[in-house]
Each structure stands twice: as C-alpha cells, then as structure tokens.
Design a protein around this ligand. Structure first.
Ligand code: 13P
Ligand code: SF4
Length: 305
C-alpha cells in the first residue's frame, strides 16, 4: 500500500479498477457513509443491490444485509468488510417454532422482518422491512400472520392492519429498546418545541409518544419535509450524519446521549479498503436454502411496489 495517498483515494482507485459499488446503511460510521456510492435504509439498499450493474458489491452493514443482497443477486459477489458485524435480532426466531406455528394454524403467512438469517427467511413466506411492512402485510391473502423476529415492529404493523390476526415472536433490538418513554418525555421537557420521530423497533410506550413512526429513510424524509426545526430522534445515532447533511439548520436531539449499534460501527474505511484489496470475505450461501430465502425477498419486492 502507498501510504502517501489517503484511504478514500485508494478506495476510489479500486472502485474504478474492479467494477465495485459500495453500499452503506445509515447506522454505519459517518466516515463509511461518506465513501459509499449509495446510503439508505434496508429496503432501499435491497432494491439498489438489484439495480446496480456492478459485478461486485461491498456491503457496509450487518450480516443479514449482505446476505439479503446476495440472495437477491446470486450472480454478484457480495463482500463484507467485517464478517463479525452481526445483528442479534436476526437470530431471534427459530425454524422449529415456525414449523410448529404452521402446523397449528392452517392459513398462516409467516412474515419475516429482513433483520433475520437466511435460514429463517427460507422458512418464511415473505420478507418485509420497516419501510414496507404495513403495505406488504395488508396485501397478503392470509387471515393470520406470524410475524418474526421483532415483536415491536410486529405489534406496530398489527395496529395498522386490524383486519388480520397476528401471532408474535419475542425478538427485539437491544439498541432501540434502551430508549424509554420517560427518557423521551425528559428530552421533550428540555426541548419542548421538538417533534418526536421514532423507528418502529422502539417499544410500544415510546411509539405512543411519537409524532411520526417510520424507517430510517422515513425519519430523514419526514424531518427534511417538516416546517418544524427541532426533532427528538428515537433510533441509532448514525442517522445524524444524513439528517445534518440534508438539514444543516435544523436541530436533532437524542434520548440519553443517543443509541449506538456497535455491530454497525465495526465497519471502518480501513476494513473496506482491506476487503477491496483481498476480496476474501464474500457471502456464500447454500443453494437450496438461497432459493427459498430469495423467494421470500422477491415476494417482498413484488408486493411492496
Ligand atoms: P431500516 O430499514 O429502517 O433502515 O432499519 C434497519 C435496522 O436495522 C433498524 O435497526
Ligand atoms: Fe440489529 Fe438493532 Fe443494530 Fe438494527 S440497530 S442492526 S436491529 S442490533
């Protein structure tokens, strides 16, 4: 490596040489978002992964995001800068429990939040993200929905789709559930002019005091379009980079100093560069499993249109 040129310049040089595109989630460090070609929420990133012409995708996010990009593009190479960046919630459902629920309920749709392993997706009927869950669930013909892994997103969706019967699982995000309604109220007392914008992975008590509930992209779009200039943001702190970029004059407050997803923060520009050099951390998935898991994701893209 030539240390006289910056990491960013070296990454750009590799991108031109190797037909690479870099995707990053809003929760990654701002230094990573700054070097990515596309930054977005899980839904946007899964659509972009299909649309980009590049043969190689470097995915700056946690494991399920890279797996999803690979499931949607079996012919592309999906490289992960840190294979240990994992989302604990992605493991909070079980294939055995899904089978048991299917046996006990005749007409059940197993709806799987994209924050899940490929094995869990393979046992499901359709995937959703926080940006499209209500639309996708509403469009299903089934009367009963088994929503996995996240109970908080599941309950949020259930409230919007009262015509269906919901069975919940007990998964949760340990980052979002540290935000308490009391914490939001305390923050609002300090900044009473603020609107509360929350991610649906927050607890029902936090969602009950929110003015807007949506995905990371939804929160950014809402804050950007709003006439208000002050907001309390109930999601991971990495979102601040884009919020500030698009709204330099608006103020954004977080509860208790802000929440951090340490798995997302494992991704660094150094690791992106190393992966571009070595290209040895490609997502590899079993073929039969990929077909079934890919089907659940394809169904999502179809129904969310
Ligand atoms: P979004 O799809 O809203 O970006 O959320 C992803 C996620 O992991 C939330 O914790
Ligand atoms: Fe997973 Fe929570 Fe991190 Fe999102 S914020 S990737 S749900 S641990």
């Amino acid at each position: 490596q030539d240390r006289s040129i910056s990491i960013e310049e070296q990454i750009t040089a590799y991108k031109h040489q190797k037909d690479v595109v870099i995707l990053a989630h809003y929760y990654t460090d701002s230094s990573v978002q700054a070097l990515a070609d596309y930054v977005g929420d899980s839904y946007y990133l899964s659509k972009i992964a299909v649309e980009v012409p590049n043969k190689i995708i470097v995915f700056c996010g946690v494991g399920f995001m890279g797996e999803s990009a690979k499931l949607l593009n079996s012919d592309k190479i999906v490289l992960m800068p840190d294979v240990e960046a994992d989302c604990p919630m992605a493991h909070m459902a079980s294939v055995e429990k899904i089978e048991a629920v299917r046996k006990a309920n005749e007409d059940v749709a197993v709806v799987c939040y994209i924050n899940s392993t490929a094995a869990i997706k393979a046992a499901s009927d359709v995937c959703v993200t926080s940006a499209n869950a209500v639309k996708v669930v509403r469009s299903l013909p089934n009367k009963t929905v088994y929503f996995i892994p996240d109970a908080n997103l599941g309950r949020f969706v259930a409230a919007q789709v009262p015509e269906k019967r919901f069975l919940f699982n007990d998964g949760y995000c340990h980052v979002h559930t540290t935000i308490t309604a009391e914490g939001v109220v305390r923050t609002k007392e300090k900044h009473p002019e603020s609107l509360v914008l929350a991610h649906p992975e927050c607890t029902p008590e936090v969602l009950a005091v929110a003015d807007y509930i949506g995905s990371t992209s939804g929160i950014i779009e809402y804050a950007t379009a709003s006439d208000q200039s002050s907001f309390i943001i109930c999601t991971e702190k990495g979102i601040l980079y884009k919020l500030k970029q698009d709204n330099p004059k608006k103020r954004f407050h977080f509860v208790d100093g802000g929440q951090v997803c340490h798995n997302m923060k494992r991704i660094t520009p150094q690791k992106v560069l190393k992966q571009l050099e070595q290209m040895d951390q490609a997502v590899e998935l079993d073929k039969a499993l990929s077909e079934r898991a890919g089907h659940a994701l394809d169904q999502m893209l179809l129904l969310a249109k």
